[in-house]
Design a protein. Structure first.
Ligand SMILES: [Fe+2]
Ligand SMILES: [Fe+2]
Length: 130
């Protein structure tokens, strides 16, 4: 049981590191390009959102299935689940809004939401998995 908790903690920190070092910088880079020439990329943005969505959902689903049950009863859980819902809503909104400018603004909000969410998880969850 304790060994499993240590494994979960390692995987959690690893996935968060990948999100912080790869996914978020990738999103910021792409959004910077979209801001320079929005009309040029309007055909690509759907695939970009789909990539981000896939990467994010794999992580969030694993976390909800394997991590949160291990710390069940802790008050942080409701907060984290609410943030997962908020992040999902932002992804859906980014798909739904029509203009490139709106999509980029929502995706900027998404970068920030994911960044803050992961920071909060890293501050709290590892300490509960010892
Ligand atoms: Fe999370
Ligand atoms: Fe996470």
């Amino acid at each position: 049981m304790w060994e499993r908790r240590a494994q979960i903690k390692d995987r959690l920190l690893n996935e968060h590191r990948k999100i912080e070092l790869l996914l978020l910088p990738y999103m910021e880079l792409v959004l910077g390009e979209y801001e320079k020439e929005p009309e040029r990329y309007s055909g690509d943005v759907g695939e970009f959102i789909a990539n981000v969505e896939e990467h994010w959902y794999l992580h969030a689903k694993w976390e909800e299935k394997e991590v949160l049950p291990v710390i069940s009863g802790h008050p942080i859980i409701d907060e984290l689940l609410a943030e997962h819902r908020k992040i999902k809503e932002l992804i859906e909104k980014a798909k739904r809004v029509k203009s490139m400018e709106e999509k980029v603004a929502v995706l900027r909000e998404l970068v920030l939401a994911i960044k803050n969410h992961i920071k909060k998880e890293n501050d709290v969850i590892p300490g509960l998995l010892y």
